[in-house]
Design a protein. Structure first.
Lengths: 102, 173, 398
């Protein structure tokens, strides 16, 4: 059985990669994808602790479930905003979207 | 570290997850990034299975892989100039981002993870096997202690649904 | 030999057998479809290759494999070749949770005829059935969207792209009613394990098609839409899209699309049999006959799919979306609410009450939805205008 720390390393790696993507990517959709990576990293942590922490079975899974629900809401809203921006300015480069009104 | 089936499976799945995540944030073709995002999510579901959370793994497959990534693919296809002309994307601040990412990983690994790496009376050496039907446990927790967050989550999903429709709807005038 | 090796061997044999059942169903289905459609259209159908044309699917497959595998010059070199596999793999994996027979006992070992099923060996060796069986199956069926949308995009062809987009929108919309329709039987069985659902139907003494008739109808409808079959076969509408998302594919990759579609159809039928038609149980409890009952019910269902294709015209895209979001989903939710309320308050007479409510509900839904769809689609022959102003005749009737 893998020990708890392995899960935490994987989760830390995913989180760092999400951060990297968030900082380097300029495409709004790619940034959203990076956010999803970071949320997944948090979820791995929650699930791992719920499995390894004595006397607290399932609590972490509960939270991971809520995180998944929120991520779904976030993706829906975020992508709707991206599509709306694309309609207005014909691109989705986050650096170039600097006008409040077109 | 001993070589057991679980350990080998964990390493294989974790390697797949992290490698695809690297592809997600580095590939220039955004559609391929999305494809590798799917593989990352599948890998995370595999990790859940190894942590005795099969139901959550199924949820991960159903929601993340089956819905969110498909939504992202959809958005990519809708917003790029089609037929591959503008499917590439640029990355900026690669050095800065890389340094920050490595710093964050090192920080988490040295402080947080090392704190939990040795066994203690709080941390078990093996993932706990659910004592009763895990589905029943999740259901009971959703109805008794977590009923308020549950209702709030449903409310947020409703708001998000309405909001997404309103935002993405084309103005007719 | 250690127990784990025997366990894996038994599971391997079982996987091969169940896989073989599915893989024989696919060519059988292709033959059945061509024969039955031909019969409906007063033709003869395939009758040259083998007795009754039974070997026609094999000839078709050989013909496809012999053809040249063409990749369009502008296609994405990574995604284009793997898209058919992305459709095929989930279709194959979804087989794993479906039980084709009950508990078999050989010596001191007993197991269910289900790839991810229960297994008891000597000395307390015990592998339980997968908890989230149906969730896994639904999740895998939702993975098929990738193959379709990526095939459409990577072909670099606007018809393919349109087909892919249509198809993914359709599959995403119909996933919801498909899942919600299954919750009613799950509530009655109070388990997510497919084997328990089958057992619950024999405990209740009634197939769930009777108390959950609404759920069955919705499942049938959204299952047809989910596997892109007529009358919901818009993604591959030959007349509008020159084939749809697989326009550019040829040779074996095209065959894979074709096979994945039929595999998905068999899986959806198997789910319907398990949830609504009593699964592998019929008449007797002799275990070795149960796969045969299962296969018979499966064929009945596959025939139903062909029958539907032969008799219904293709729906329009807006009608398809209206049917999915405005009819199926609310109806499935109402059915779920009614089932939950009945089970909470009159658990003793649940089956009787649910049968009555489902009859009432389906009547209301039929008239309500046909009124709604007629009102919203004034291009059909029997629109509001036609009903008010044209004389009733055979031509204006749908």
């Amino acid at each position: 059985m893998p020990p708890l720390s392995w899960y935490l390393y994987v989760s830390a790696a995913l989180f760092a990669l999400g951060l990297f993507g968030m900082m380097t990517r300029r495409n709004s959709i790619a940034m959203l994808m990076s956010i999803e990576l970071m949320l997944n990293a948090a979820n791995i942590n929650l699930v791992a602790f719920s499995a390894y922490l004595r006397g607290h079975t399932m609590v972490g899974q509960m939270f991971a479930l809520f995180v998944i629900a929120l991520a779904a809401a976030e993706a829906a809203i975020g992508l709707a905003i991206v599509i709306n921006i694309y309609r207005t300015v014909k691109h989705i480069d986050a650096d170039e979207i600097n006008l409040m009104k077109w | 570290m001993e070589i057991t089936g679980y350990n080998v499976a964990f390493i294989a799945i974790a390697a797949m997850t992290v490698t695809s995540a690297i592809f997600v944030v580095t590939l220039p073709n955004i559609l391929r990034s999305a494809l590798f995002l799917m593989f990352t999510f599948i890998g995370v579901a595999g990790l859940y299975v190894l942590a005795n959370a099969e139901i959550l793994a199924a949820m991960q497959l159903l929601i993340y892989v089956g819905a969110i990534t498909v939504l992202i693919l959809f958005a990519i296809v809708l917003t790029q100039q089609l037929m591959g002309a503008r499917i590439t994307q640029t990355s900026r601040n690669i050095v800065l981002g890389g340094v920050a990412a490595i710093a964050v990983f090192a920080f988490i690994a040295t402080t947080f993870v090392s704190h939990f790496s040795k066994g203690s009376d709080m941390i078990a050496a093996q993932p706990a096997v659910p004592t009763s039907d895990p589905l029943l446990m999740i259901a009971k927790m959703l109805i008794q202690p977590y009923v308020l967050p549950f209702e709030l989550a449903s409310f947020i999903l409703l708001v998000a649904m309405v909001g997404a429709i309103v935002i993405a709807k084309e103005d007719k005038d | 030999m250690p127990e784990i090796v025997i366990f894996l061997l038994i599971k391997l044999v079982m996987t091969i057998v169940i896989f073989a059942l599915w893989m024989t169903m696919v060519p059988f289905m292709i033959w059945l479809e061509r024969k039955v459609i031909a019969d409906i259209q007063i033709r003869i159908g395939p009758n040259r290759v083998g007795p009754f044309g039974l070997l026609q699917p094999i000839a078709d497959a050989l013909k496809l494999i012999m053809k040249e595998d063409i990749t369009p010059a502008k296609a994405d070199k990574l995604i284009y070749p793997i898209a058919p596999a992305l459709l095929m793999v989930p279709a194959l994996l979804a087989i794993a949770v479906i039980p084709i027979g009950g508990m078999v006992t050989i010596g001191e070992r007993s197991f269910t005829l289900q790839i991810m099923g229960e297994y008891r060996g000597p000395n307390g060796f015990f592998v339980p059935e997968l908890d989230a069986g149906i969730l896994l199956s639904l999740a895998l069926s939702s993975l098929g969207v990738y193959g379709v949308v990526l095939a459409g995009w990577s072909s670099a062809n606007k018809y393919s792209l349109l087909g892919g987009m249509r198809s993914s929108a359709q599959m995403l919309s119909y996933e919801l009613p498909l899942g919600v329709a299954l919750v009613g039987p799950l509530l009655l069985a109070s388990s997510l394990r497919l084997n328990e659902v089958v057992n619950a139907q024999s405990n209740f003494g009634i197939w769930f098609i009777i108390p959950q008739f609404v759920g069955f109808i919705i499942f049938l409808m959204s299952g047809t839409a989910e596997v892109n079959r007529a009358p919901f076969d818009l993604p591959e509408a030959e007349q509008e899209l020159i084939g749809g998302y697989h326009t550019e594919y040829s040779s074996f990759r095209f065959a894979m699309f074709f096979m994945a579609e039929y595999l998905n159809m068999v899986t959806i039928s198997a789910l319907a049999v398990t949830f609504f038609l009593g699964g592998y149980r019929l008449f007797t409890d002799i275990v070795w006959l149960q796969p045969i009952w299962f296969a018979l019910k499966l064929m009945l269902f596959l025939y139903l799919f062909v029958w539907i294709r032969g008799t219904w015209p293709r729906v329009r895209y807006d009608q398809l979306m209206a049917l999915g979001w405005k009819v199926s989903l609310p109806l499935a939710l109402v059915n779920l609410a009614i089932t939950a309320i009945v089970l909470a308050y009159v658990p003793k007479r649940a089956v009787l009450v649910l049968t009555i409510t489902s009859i009432v509900l389906i009547t209301i839904a039929y008239y309500g939805s046909s009124y709604n769809i007629r009102r919203s689609t004034d291009m059909t022959a029997r629109s509001g205008y036609a009903r008010r102003h044209l004389p009733e005749s055979e031509e204006t009737r749908i």
